[in-house]
Design a protein around this ligand. Structure first.
Ligand SMILES: [Zn+2]
Length: 578
């Protein structure tokens, strides 16, 4: 009797518990393959409540966002704290990218990364500057051993900034697996971001695949949906026949934030069975460009709308997929009614659902077999293409799908051109890595061979090396290419200094530098004949020297030497007083 009532009590408790869970807007833990320590790390900033301007795995141009972006109230200069004990394992200064970044190795097997920093803590700043003077280089990438800069949880290691490729002041923060360098969603480590808003579903699409490779010609239809606050629906059942794939447009919002972030997982069910899951728990940097295979890339290029496909290209190397049945491709040919459901979850476990009914047709759709016009490239092998004018090698792993490759030769452009235009495929086919391209040079004079560069008809330089009558480069995208030459030196424009100016009370000398074609390869500054640190920011093309004890009161000369990738060099000399 006692036993039985305890059992009843447990039964009731269990149902109350389940009801509670259900009522909390499908609240569930985000799923993961691994266990992570949730109490080891503190927040890297003291701004409360912490808020994200960018979430882990968010869709960016050509990559998944590799960390979280903490908001810093549109300002720079917030103290950045070591999130746990450890040691500075990497010091990095770059013209773009993270700008100034610190990496800390922790004894628990994880590495934390802090990017776009305004300045380092004094001890670290001194070490960085010494290294820059030792190497005579602004850009450095050093890996100190464990004894050089140990840190304790809560130490100020830097101040937040906007350096490198940053679109506004914020702290970029990552947690990586120290061994594999895979980057991991920081929200698995107890880094708590207030968010009880479920993801928003903006649109759903169906692609008529019918056994074929996905590309820019795949027929696509929008399926009208409506709904809000976690619950979405199609307006009517959907009638489909043949093999299809689905795609979804979805973003997440956080409490009190106007901006949008990315979602954590997308799951598609067919008649109660999962056929596709993508989840942004962790990824390898070398796979990040496969975002162009994860999304409908042709539509993204045309409209900037990111439709996340729920079917996987055969050459997509991302490890974010699970529960795949037929790679997410679904065939409707049994004349029956099927219940499908999208479940979208954010990194806090808030979910949105979109159930919909498909009325399947009863005829098998056989795609008409059209004779392919072009050369067939298989995604899983090395592909080569040769003509008397060009040689092209696509390494294995370049393509996400098989491709019917098309090539066309177009007339030589007028002006600075030393070959015809070679049109390789089109921009809608994404590539995972660069391919090797040799273009035969047409009457290129010997004295210009070292100045040759392959450019795309859009005007961007792809690099170039002259080899036996050909110019070789490694473009990262398809396009139309020809040989040009760069014989023009970079430009140097002083911004706050003029000949003979007294710079007393001014903290730095600033210049703008630019190049017409091949791009800036190096810059060096010499103060009274001695190398001095010039800092550079690619996004603003600004080059500057911050005065320190090296500039004593009196007259000084600064000489700048800026070279482009084809070794055209510009020298600029100016006298000033301090
Ligand atoms: Zn970031």
């Amino acid at each position: 009797m006692i036993k039985s009532s305890i059992l009843t009590f447990f039964r009731i408790s269990l149902s109350v518990f389940l009801l509670f869970c259900f009522n909390k807007s499908f609240s569930q833990q985000i799923f993961s393959k691994n266990k992570y320590p949730i109490t080891d790390f503190r927040q890297p900033l003291d701004i409360t409540p912490p808020a994200l301007a960018g979430s882990f795995g968010e869709i960016r141009a050509n990559h998944f966002h590799s960390g979280v972006d903490f908001r810093t109230n549109q300002r720079e200069g917030y103290p950045v704290y070591a999130v746990a004990d450890g040691y500075i394992s990497r010091l990095r200064v770059q013209n773009s990218g993270f700008g100034q970044a610190l990496y800390i190795n922790h004894p628990n097997g994880f590495t934390t990364v802090y990017g776009h920093l305004q300045r380092f803590a004094p001890k670290i700043a001194r070490i960085v500057k010494d290294l820059e003077y030792e190497k005579k280089s602004f850009e450095i990438d050093e890996f100190p051993d464990a004894t050089l800069i140990p840190v304790h949880k809560g130490d100020i290691i830097a101040w937040s900034g906007n350096r490198g490729s940053s679109g506004g002041p914020h702290l970029h923060f990552e947690i990586r697996d120290t061994k594999t360098e895979e980057t991991i969603n920081p929200q698995f480590f107890g880094i708590n971001i207030p968010d009880n808003i479920p993801p928003v579903i903006h649109g759903m699409y169906v692609y008529r695949l019918n056994g074929k490779t996905f590309n820019e010609f795949t027929p696509k239809d929008a399926i009208p949906i409506s709904g809000t606050n976690g619950q979405y629906k199609t307006n009517t059942p959907v009638s489909l026949t043949g093999e299809v794939g689905f795609g979804i447009v979805t973003t997440d919002r956080h409490n009190g934030m106007s901006g949008t972030n990315g979602v954590y997982s997308i799951q598609l069910e067919l008649d109660g069975k999962v056929v596709f899951t993508s989840a942004l728990e962790r990824f390898a940097f070398e796979n990040s460009k496969a975002i162009n295979s994860h999304i409908d890339y042709p539509t993204y290029l045309n409209t900037k709308r990111s439709i996340q496909k729920s079917f996987v290209d055969p050459g997509n190397p991302l490890q974010i997929y699970s529960n795949l049945i037929s790679n997410g491709r679904i065939t409707f040919n049994d004349g029956a009614k099927h219940e499908l459901r999208y479940i979208i979850t954010d990194s806090k476990g808030n979910s949105s659902v979109l159930p919909f009914t498909v009325n399947a047709g009863s005829a098998a759709v056989v795609a008409p077999i059209a004779a392919p016009a072009g050369t067939i490239f298989s995604y899983n092998q090395v592909n080569e293409y040769n003509t008397p004018d060009i040689k092209v090698i696509f390494p294995k792993g370049t393509l996400y799908n098989d491709l019917v490759f098309n090539y066309k030769k177009l007339p030589k452009p007028s002006g600075n051109a030393w070959s015809e235009i070679h049109q390789l495929q089109n921009r809608y086919t994404p590539l995972h890595v660069g391919f090797n391209l040799w273009i035969k040079a047409d009457n290129l004079p010997e004295n210009l061979r070292s100045k040759a560069v392959i450019v795309s008809t859009g005007g961007s330089a792809q690099g170039g090396i002259y080899e036996d009558g050909y110019v070789k480069a490694t473009p990262r995208n398809f396009g139309s290419f020809y040989i040009a030459t760069d014989t023009v030196s970079p430009r140097i424009v002083p911004l706050n200094v003029t000949e003979g100016k007294n710079m007393k009370g001014i903290s730095k000398m600033t210049f703008r530098i630019s190049d017409n074609l091949s791009g800036i390869k190096s810059f060096n500054g010499y103060l009274d004949g001695e190398w001095v640190l010039m800092e550079f920011d690619t996004k603003t093309a600004t080059l500057w020297h911050s005065f320190d004890e090296r500039t004593t009161p009196g007259k000084h000369t600064l000489e700048l030497v800026v070279a482009d990738a084809k070794d055209n060099t510009k020298r600029f000399k100016i006298n000033f007083y301090r």
